[in-house]
Ligand binder design. Sequence first.
Ligand code: DLL
Length: 433
Amino acid sequence: MDNLFNKKMETMPRKKIQEIQLKNLKKTVKNVYENIPFYKKRFKELKITPDDIKTLDDVRKLPLTTKSDLRDNAPFGMMAAPLDSCTELHASSGTTGVPVTVCYTPNDIEVWSEVMARCLMMSGLTKKDIFQNPIPYGTFTGAFGFHYGAQKVGALVIPSGMGQSERQIKLMEYYGTTFTSGVASYMLRLGQVALEMGIDPKKLKVKNGLFGAEMFTPGLKERIMDTWEMDVHDIYGLTEMCGPGVSTDCDQHDGLHLWEDHFLIECIDPITLEPVGLEEEGEIVLTTLTKEGMPLLRYRTRDIAKLYDQKVCECGRTHIKHTTIKGRSDDMLIIRGTNIYPGQVESVLMKNQDVGGNWRMVLTTKNDVDMLTVEVESKTQLSQVESMDLEEMLKNEIKSVIVFTPRVEVLPPNTIPESGLKAKRVIDERKKD
Ligand code: DLL
């Protein structure tokens, strides 16, 4: 209970949270209706007005918002506040199209810092910590979110930025970093770099970390914990909401608490768009409840997870939990008629102690049949026989989760090209009809 940043809010009875949600939902709906032409038009098409929102369940009457809606109105067409009332801008990388741009008012930054402070304290950060932030400081939301939150907790922040892995390790050693953050797969990479430098990550003072921004399977989490002998928490978020800070797992490690005073969560079937039941898998849909710059109604995240039956968690928090994100609905691959999430493959790989940090799935077509090759770096240099044994073992293990047998190619350490900020796990070179 001593790791609560905002005790009153984090442990508030659910009925009370729902009252706050309804009040802020009504306010947000009125705001977007009056200030964002896109929503006014959608309300007219659906023949609704803000007065139709009387209960929280009425959220389903509201229009869904998609990434392409944001792109069609980029960069500033979805803003509810005038641009001159905003003081900061962030954007998604735009690798799959027009970047999604979000502008923040000073109050949006305040809320973001608060939710990040809650997430960081939930994962063990205190004002005594030396907090290293190995994330690029730029338009990506990651670094600033962690930076603001950690400062709010009162920790000493080292804004080390992304890359230069050897430098990151030296900074950890020199300043005695105790807490770190970032993109999940990068922490594993840093562990490998430390070992290559002759430094045992376990001997550094890093004892805690909060990671996310990409697929983060329990297997990867365990690998980071083992490599660094540290406690690891999972943080979820997206540019469209604020960046990191939407939810984090507490010490129970059985789901991520989502800050319901700021975000209203639904879980829907991505095909029928109808709500799914508790503990059923679906797409997370989020409505912002307190955002001023760019509030969003029912944003389709494409992220797949389950919501938990609500009871007060052992940690004392009352906010709803969701499972770790299984993957994005658009990451799901159909290979030879079978639905596969890259996370299923990662779970198998990360359990094997001979597997290194980097891997990818390469999809090709041979004689009109889909071929899957899983390329995997070994942790250490292996002999030919050892590589073949590992390939055989992984082939069978992967087959047990994806039904057919893939090709597996074990490669020496550091041979799969780094793909930038977030790991690129799928290379799809299949013939398109
Ligand atoms: O990745 C914000 C962030 C930064 C979160 C640092 C956590 C840590 P975007 O670049 O807009 O924002 O990407 C958002 O990344 O819709 C998910 O698909 C994925 N994602 C984010 N966190 C997790 C996580 C940041 N913990 C997209 N587990 C989201 C799985 C995650 N996927």
